[in-house]
Ligand binder design. Structure first.
Ligand SMILES: [Zn+2]
Length: 895
């Protein structure tokens, strides 16, 4: 099997007698073990009169088996042993996975295996779980993605299984004839066969031990030699192509999707011909389709290559995020797309070298993979086992065997006007006389279907040449560097500060743990000017968006070279973050810092982004009273963090000239913090520091701008009203002080109460869907927030339920058992002590510490120490204190 350079795991493939294909993975560094089972059965297999069946089965398998009949037992066992479990149902596959403390793996695995041997499908569980599915469906009804896919399903060949309703609800899964249990069992027996399953077992256990576990647990899964019948009908008939769909979304979305129909090409994954084509069309540098359309003011974003796919179909989509003007010019956008396709045809001779670039990048990515959670990893591997040959199970996503001329030609052939569908998604999808107005089933999406005029299709087919300004990508300048690991220079465990120029901190750490040729660079710039008033705070955010937009073309090749960069706003200023391959990253970082001060920003982009940002802020909390109350709470506690509404108001009358003045004065006086972490040595860090000092030589250097925090002095209640909205309340209790002991007490309080709170007020009382208690720090001061949102009860009623719950909790607090305290303590301990899995997470942790002036990087140890010495009695007293009615708190209600 092809492995990455930094992969120290051992692997073994195995096929059990029943046909189940297994991959065993010995990972000596892991504290957990994990398993995932993927089966080649999905909603495409649903009986036509029982849509949602595969999904229903997925839910049911967790709810009791012959050996382990109790309904909640699996979830309980897993969480007791520090694990998680989940599952999903897709079109043609369903996947089940869990992880658990390694020493409990052998206890839990047979419980998991029994899902696939003897599930009970108990009558009462079937009944309850149908309700759960129905609620899941009711939530998804509001999801624009689902709403749009339903329109897709209704406009393709009705005989294709894609058209089926995947989630299911009361209707499709109802027990009309009293036979649902039998139908469920029949479906399970027919489809849950070992030869269609793949299984991954991973953990610190030896391969021999894992082999035994696989055999003893999974040999009883029934299997046969039967093979999976292929899908016999095409997704699109002649009449399903050449259509123009107008779809009206719920949220504000303006999008054009140009979709080309293709057969399934997954078998040809070794060449990545289609992703290479997507790479060319999605290019964003100079002369790209993206750059030209953006310059015309028609689009804000472009992406190529997405689209649904399955075992006999693949949609190849190019999708454009449209501006208001772009909606009017959609036909011109499509024409330019075909002109750009001509360019790809004309410049064929330059493609193999561009292919090599991309290949080199994927090889680098494969050899420098970062470790993810084991549970996520096993589930993706189990699915890959269905798509890739055994040797390529890990390498399949990265493999580019060579530029395949024939395949490239064949795929280009599909990018023709007659093989196309156009999908326009926009809020004002209007009713025109010649169109048919429809409402999609299940999701109630309004849409229209038109046939694209044959004249226009003919005109598009006649496009023979690219526009003169159109260009293909260049060979990537960021790939010119050698990517090697530097020798370790120092054994320091935490970052060190290079040179203490007041107001200009520079921290550095060479990574000695993960040893990948990658790194992270952070630069935080606080500016006095950005906190003057709400307008300045809004302008800071606009600056971040406009900057990202203005450098997109210039740095697109850096993104292709595995680098990423972001400029974001924070209270008091801007943060630049770059990440990715270390060899060329410092060049990028220095170019970005320079651009920050000099990059031209145009008046048209200013107008576009100002409009978008105001729209975003206004819609931000739409129909979400709990989020709105949290915004209000945040603004009350953090004066430099106004509500979206306040920001929208402040930005409304700003003109371009004002923005330019703001930008040019932003750097006049600043406070800077920087952090470099990864595959670099001291000399690199020194050079970056010198460069930064040069960049900001003319800025006045400020003392640290401390982000202000309001302390709550007394209990207060505020009321808000909102028309046509659900009701909600948020109650916030702030830790009595900044110190670590109070922080750990709040965390322990949250750990002790949140599960009960949810269980009581949501599951049992059914007060609403959004119910919770959560640890909520603001500007490093700890706190706990309680919230409920409900369509039925007023905020006063909700608050009464809440108060009763708290009163009862406190009244019985002395009856809480020592074992519960032990659970809280060990749960919290493992949360705090969790080791950083990869370079990214470690960088993040160090950077947060630098931001909080925790220069000893010791918050983790301090919290653990404080937790260790906390007694149950102290915690109880603390809880009684902070929940007393006269303790300072903020309560916000909305009706
Ligand atoms: Zn589900």
């Amino acid at each position: 099997m092809k492995l990455s350079n930094n992969d120290n795991k051992q692997y073994k493939h195995l096929t059990l007698d029943n046909g189940l294909r297994v991959l065993l993975v010995n990972d000596p560094s892991s504290e957990k073990s994990a398993s995932s089972l993927a089966i080649n059965i999905g909603h495409f297999d649903d009986p036509i009169d029982r849509q949602g069946m595969a999904h229903f089965i997925e839910h049911m398998l967790f709810l009791g088996t012959e050996q382990y009949p109790n309904r909640g037992e699996f979830a309980q066992t897993i969480s007791q042993f520090g694990g998680n479990s989940n599952a999903w149902t897709g079109t043609e596959h369903t996947c089940y996975f869990f992880d658990v403390r390694a020493d409990k793996f052998a206890d839990v695995l047979p419980r998991f295996a029994d899902f696939f041997i003897s599930p009970l499908f108990e009558e009462s569980a079937l009944f309850d779980e149908r309700n759960a599915i129905d609620s899941e469906f009711n939530l998804k009804v509001k999801d624009d993605n689902r709403r749009i896919i339903q329109v897709h399903k209704e406009t393709v060949n009705p005989a294709h299984p894609f058209t089926k309703f995947s989630v299911g609800n009361h209707d499709t899964l109802g027990d009309h004839s009293g036979s649902i249990r039998k139908e469920v069992i029949d479906f399970y027996n027919t489809h849950y066969q070992a030869q269609w399953m793949t299984l991954v077992l991973a953990g610190p256990q030896s391969l021999q031990e894992l082999t035994q576990l696989a055999q003893s647990s999974f040999s009883k899964v029934s299997g046969s030699a039967k093979s999976k019948p292929p899908i016999a009908v095409p997704m699109y008939r002649e009449q399903d192509l050449g259509l123009l769909l107008h779809i009206k979304p719920r949220k504000h979305l303006q999008k054009l999707i140009v979709s080309f129909a293709m057969p399934d090409i997954a078998d040809l994954y070794r060449y990545k011909s289609l992703s290479f084509l997507a790479h060319l069309l999605g290019y964003e540098g100079d002369g790209s389709l993206y750059a030209i359309l953006k310059k015309n003011g028609w689009i804000n974003a472009l992406s190529a290559g997405g689209g649904v796919n399955g075992s006999n179909f693949k949609d190849f989509n190019i999708s454009f995020a449209l501006t208001d003007t772009g909606i009017e010019y959609y036909e011109d956008i499509v024409e330019m797309l075909f002109e750009y396709i001509c360019l790809i045809k004309d410049k064929k001779s330059s493609l193999p070298s561009l292919y090599q670039d991309k290949k080199r990048l994927l090889e680098l990515a494969f050899d420098n993979q970062e470790v993810n959670k084991l549970i996520d990893w096993v589930s993706s591997v189990s699915v890959n086992m269905h798509h890739y040959d055994d040797d390529n199970v890990l390498y399949g996503d990265y493999c580019m065997e060579g530029f395949n001329d024939d395949l490239h030609e064949q795929l280009l052939g599909y990018l023709s006007p007659h093989n196309m569908r156009l999908i326009m998604i926009h809020p004002s999808a209007t009713h025109e006389s010649e169109t048919i107005n429809k409402i999609a089933q299940w999701y109630n999406t309004p849409y229209q279907v038109e046939r694209i005029s044959p004249d226009w299709l003919r005109a598009l087919s006649n496009i023979q040449a690219a526009l003169p300004e159109m260009l293909l990508p260049n060979v990537n300048p960021y790939l010119a560097h050698d990517n090697k690991l530097y020798e370790i220079e120092s054994t320091a465990q935490v970052p060190t500060q290079l040179k203490d120029k007041p107001g200009f901190e520079f921290w550095f750490k060479q990574d000695a743990t993960f040893r990948v040729t990658k790194g992270h660079f952070y630069l935080e710039l606080d500016s006095e000017i950005s906190i003057t008033d709400h307008k300045a705070m809004a302008l800071t955010r606009l600056f971040a968006d406009l900057f990202m937009d203005s450098v997109a073309e210039q740095f697109y090749s850096a993104e292709l070279a595995g680098l990423s960069y972001h400029l974001t706003s924070h209270q008091g200023g801007l943060t630049l973050h770059t990440a990715g391959l270390s060899s060329c990253q410092l060049k990028l970082a220095s170019q970005l810092v320079e651009a920050l001060q000099k990059q031209p920003i145009s008046a048209t982009r200013f107008a576009e982004y100002k409009k978008q940002l105001i729209r975003h802020w206004k819609n931000h909390n739409k129909n979400k009273p709990v989020s709105e109350l949290f915004s209000i709470l945040g603004a009350k506690l953090m004066p430099w963090n106004p509500t979206p509404e306040a920001l929208a108001k402040a930005l409304k009358n700003v003109c371009f000239n004002e923005f330019n003045t703001f930008r040019s004065t932003f750097f006049n006086s600043i406070h800077a913090k920087a952090f470099l972490h990864g595959n670099w040595q001291n000399k690199h860090a020194k050079a970056v520091q010198q460069q930064l000092l040069c960049n900001f030589a003319s800025s006045e250097i400020l003392e640290d701008l401390k982000k202000p925090l309001s302390t709550i002095k007394e209990p207060s209640v505020e009321f808000y009203t909102k028309e046509n909205s659900e009701h909600a309340f948020v109650q916030y209790i702030q830790a009595p002080s900044h110190n670590v002991d109070d922080k750990i007490k709040i965390m322990a309080f949250n750990q002790l109460i949140s599960q009960h709170y949810f269980e009581q007020l949501r599951t049992q009382r059914q007060l609403g869907y959004l119910v919770g208690a959560g640890y909520a720090p603001f500007n490093t001061r700890a706190g706990i927030a309680f919230y409920i949102q409900s369509p039925k009860f007023t905020s006063a009623e909700l608050l009464e339920h809440h108060n009763n719950f708290i009163a009862e909790f406190v009244e019985h607090i002395d009856q809480l058992e020592q074992t519960q305290w032990e659970d809280v303590k060990s749960g919290l301990k493992s949360q705090i002590a969790e080791k950083d899995k990869n370079l990214r997470l470690r960088s993040q942790r160090f950077w947060v510490a630098i931001g909080n002036d925790d220069h000893a990087f010791s918050m983790q140890e301090q919290l653990l120490f404080s937790l260790q010495s906390l007694t149950f009695q102290q915690l109880k007293e603390f809880i009684i204190d902070v929940t007393a009615p006269d303790f300072p708190s903020i309560t916000l209600q909305m009706n």
